[in-house]
Design a protein around this ligand. Structure first.
Ligand code: NAP
Length: 245
């Protein structure tokens, strides 16, 4: 990818940062992050990247970010909806309040925010010759891990919404890419004891498939998960939730 205006959410850490590092030399990269400390670290590590402070669940922040990008860049070629989070889902032991708050947070960040941001970005995407919306969902959109039940539900929700959006914007000639990562070595997966893909490797595979025109990317273990979920869904659930996982 070269000479593109790329907007990414959560570009200061993990998968987002790995993607940013591989794109920043040949493109204009704008990252939307909410934490001052992370923005400072991003600026230090990647001075070419433009940072905009924004919580993707805040309508005001998102409106201000879009206005600012419109003024400075005039368009968006590629919007990468990457920001996300996950909470442990302990249905039996969590308090009613914590359970409700966690579900609501996950749905706000992982499901609602990518749709709302993509919608608000439409006028700027339409100014591109070859606009692309990218959604980073998860292999767990296919099969849930029990202790992450609500995170998986939020990713399944954005998975289905992404299919719908792809269908609806086809007439506008907007490409919609969904990338479904396996377990990648980032802050988000730090509690997981299973094998993790390095974030740089993940970013390389994503960008390679992006340039080859692939629109649904089942990366690493996600490819097997997708097949199992279709043909042997109960086995897939059992495998994913065996003792130790
Ligand atoms: N790592 C994995 O194994 C894995 C697997 C499948 C899918 N994914 C998905 O990959 C994406 C990137 O995650 P990651 O693994 O790179 O984890 P990460 O390092 O924790 O990165 C997530 C980023 O999203 C940001 N973010 C969260 N809520 C936000 C909000 N309301 N507004 C703005 N930024 C927000 C976080 O910033 P704050 O710290 O400020 O919240 C953080 O910088 C996520 O969508 C995740 O669900 C990851």
């Amino acid at each position: 990818m070269k000479n593109k205006i790329i907007v990414i959410t959560g570009g200061a850490t993990g998968i987002g940062l790995a993607i940013v590092k591989q794109l920043m030399n040949d493109n204009t990269v704008i990252s939307l992050d909410r934490s001052d400390a992370k923005i400072t670290a991003l600026k230090a590590a990647c001075p070419k990247v433009t940072s905009i402070k924004a919580d993707v669940t805040s309508a005001d922040d998102v409106d201000a970010a879009i206005t600012s990008i419109g003024k400075t860049a005039g368009k968006i070629d590629v919007l990468i909806n990457n920001a996300g989070l996950g909470r442990n889902f302990d249905f039996v032991n969590a308090s009613d309040k914590k359970l409700a708050e966690d579900i609501s947070t996950e749905m706000d960040v992982n499901y609602i925010a990518p749709i709302v941001l993509s919608k608000k970005a439409l006028p700027l995407l339409k100014k591109s010759d070859a606009p692309v919306i990218v959604v980073v969902s998860s292999g767990l959109a296919y099969v849930p891990m029990a202790f992450l039940g609500s995170y998986c539900a939020s990713k399944a929700a954005v998975h289905f919404a992404t299919m719908s959006i792809r269908h609806q914007v086809a007439a506008l000639k907007i490409r919609v890419v969904e990338v479904l990562p396996p377990v990648v070595d980032t802050d988000l997966s730090k509690g997981a004891t299973i094998k993790k893909m390095p974030a740089d490797t993940f970013a390389k595979i994503f960008l390679d498939r992006f340039s080859k025109g692939q629109d649904v990317m089942n990366i690493g273990q996600t490819a097997a998960l997708e097949k199992f979920s279709r043909f042997l869904p109960k086995t897939a659930f059992k495998m994913l939730n065996k003792a130790g996982n």
